[in-house]
Design a protein around this ligand. Structure first.
Ligand code: A3P
Length: 287
């Protein structure tokens, strides 16, 4: 992992190590935005692959050549783009996702030529999801226990960096972008409304039947069984150890209650209260 400008990146994506990573990450500031580009922005474990899949389904007619590709190829990570993605020759609208903090994204995103969908999730569930995921993704450091995981989370020593900085950066600068905020919990509680909201935002008109079809394909169960959607055996060969778990772990709201002790939860709340006091973000902790 590479800590750079307050964010943490997966170094294995850069063949020549740190110098290449720094140069590439800096170059993203001047990344050329095309009219209509769509970006999904998230902190890791917030439901990225869920939103990637939904948005890619909405654009299947625009990219018939990518239909056989897994979602992570159809909606590649901006910070880990490779020549094979051929993004310069892709039809518009191009789809991207990213875990970048607001201060590191392409400046041109502020021209309002692109649309951004930012997915939030309650951070205690992110923490628990990350704890399990770090055992699956070989390149992530694994915390020995939840106490250690909690401290790593609160101090930003995990992929993506500090969750509080991430959300603060995006919320405080939201007026600079054409941005839609959606929460994981909202998706769990009323997916239909979210799909309708997203399709409207990206300019797609869907019939009720179309919406039903999208909703059916993106259920937890169906994505878990769909190798192109669930990233099983993906993310660059053997980096993911599927014998230890999956991107599609549990998919619920409030799972943190099954893992965090009262003391751990209170420690979290203490930092949360201080860091979030000026942010108009409403978090749903349980369903
Ligand atoms: P859990 O580990 O809590 O199960 P990301 O894609 O940002 O890494 O987020 C992964 C989290 O989103 C995992 O959470 C995963 O189960 C959940 N997720 C992915 N697809 C989902 C779906 N269709 N419905 C509900 N949760 C989903």
């Amino acid at each position: 992992l590479l800590l750079y400008k307050g964010a943490v990146f997966a170094l294995q994506h850069f063949e020549n190590g740190i110098p290449e990573a720094l140069e590439y990450l800096d170059s993203l500031k001047s990344f050329h935005i095309r009219d209509g580009d769509i970006f999904i922005m998230t902190f890791p474990k917030s439901g990225t692959i869920w939103m990637q899949y939904i948005v890619s389904i909405l654009h299947e007619n625009d990219h018939p050549d990518l239909l056989e590709k897994p979602t992570y190829f159809r909606v590649p990570w901006l910070e880990y783009l490779r020549p094979a993605h051929k993004i310069d020759t892709r039809e518009s609208p191009r789809l991207f996702c990213s875990h970048l903090p607001q201060h590191m994204v392409p400046l041109d995103l502020q021209s309002n030529r692109a649309k951004i969908i930012y997915v939030t999730r309650n951070p205690k569930d992110i923490l628990v999801s990350y704890f399990h995921f770090s055992q699956v993704l070989n390149t992530l450091e694994t915390a020995d226990n939840l106490d250690e995981m909690l401290e790593n989370f609160l101090s930003g020593k995990i992929l993506g960096g500090n969750w509080f900085d991430h959300i603060e950066g995006w919320f405080n600068n939201k007026d600079k972008y054409d941005i839609l905020f959606v929460s994981y919990e909202e998706m769990k509680m009323d997916l239909r409304s979210v799909v309708m909201k997203i399709s409207k935002f990206v300019g797609k008109i869907l019939s009720d039947v179309d919406i039903d079809k999208v909703m059916d394909r993106v259920t937890f169960k169906n994505m878990k069984n769909d190798v192109k959607a669930n990233y099983h055996n993906s993310v660059q060969g053997n980096v993911l150890d599927s014998s230890k778990g999956s991107f599609m772990r549990k998919g619920t709201v409030g799972d943190w209650k099954n893992f965090l002790t009262v003391a751990q939860s209170e420690r979290f709340d203490q930092v949360y209260k201080e860091r979030m006091k000026n942010l108009p973000v409403k978090v749903i902790w349980d369903q």
